[in-house]
Design a protein around this ligand. Structure first.
Ligand SMILES: Cc1cc2nc3c(=O)[nH]c(=O)nc-3n(C[C@H](O)[C@H](O)[C@H](O)COP(=O)(O)O)c2cc1C
Length: 154
């Protein structure tokens, strides 16, 4: 069974809720799913995951949530080649923060691509100004993503 790792960066739990709500969708699609609340670079390298989904909110002024900072620091230090990594990205933010809207998700996306990873489809940006519960936007998006990217395992 292929493996999907969901890497979470959250301050207030919204991104973790998203991870927990979409987990069964991937299980139905044939994946063994693990949610990582304290992610490490090992969760995305070395063939441990066939697919990775990031659920990351933004705090401060476009900053990564504290629980996600060690992952980003480690990624920058180790600078692994990620050419075999295929990933999806759900960014949580609030457009009232203006220029730093979804800043962490956007910075993460750039970092992953810089290391050779391939994003499948577009990044989802969930705006707290429009969507009170992020999973209301994330669940239908993941349902479509699985179909559009042909991720279902026969
Ligand atoms: C102190 C604070 C700073 C924030 N800074 C930003 C920001 O710079 N950009 C942004 O898009 N959202 C920002 N947000 C909004 C959060 O990203 C948004 O509410 C998100 O849904 C929180 O997700 P979480 O529950 O997973 O932490 C901020 C929220 C707080 C409380």
């Amino acid at each position: 069974m292929p493996k999907l790792n969901i890497l979470v960066g959250t301050m207030y739990g919204g991104a973790l809720d998203v991870a927990e709500q979409v987990k069964p969708l991937f299980e139905q699609a044939g994946y063994a799913v693990t949610i990582h609340e304290q992610p490490s670079v090992d969760d995305i390298v070395g063939g441990d995951a066939d697919l990775v989904l990031f659920c990351v909110s933004t705090t401060g002024s476009g900053d990564f949530p504290g629980s996600f900072v060690p992952f980003v620091r480690n990624l920058r230090e180790k600078s692994p080649t990620l050419t075999s990594l295929r990933y999806g990205l759900i960014a949580l933010g609030d457009s009232s923060y203006g220029d730093t809207f979804c800043g962490a998700g956007r910075a993460l996306d750039e970092l992953l691509v810089d290391h050779g990873a391939t994003r499948l489809g577009e990044r989802l940006e969930v705006d707290a100004m429009e969507t009170f519960m992020a999973d209301d936007a994330a669940v239908p998006w993941v349902e479509e993503w699985i179909v559009a990217q042909q991720l279902e395992v026969a």
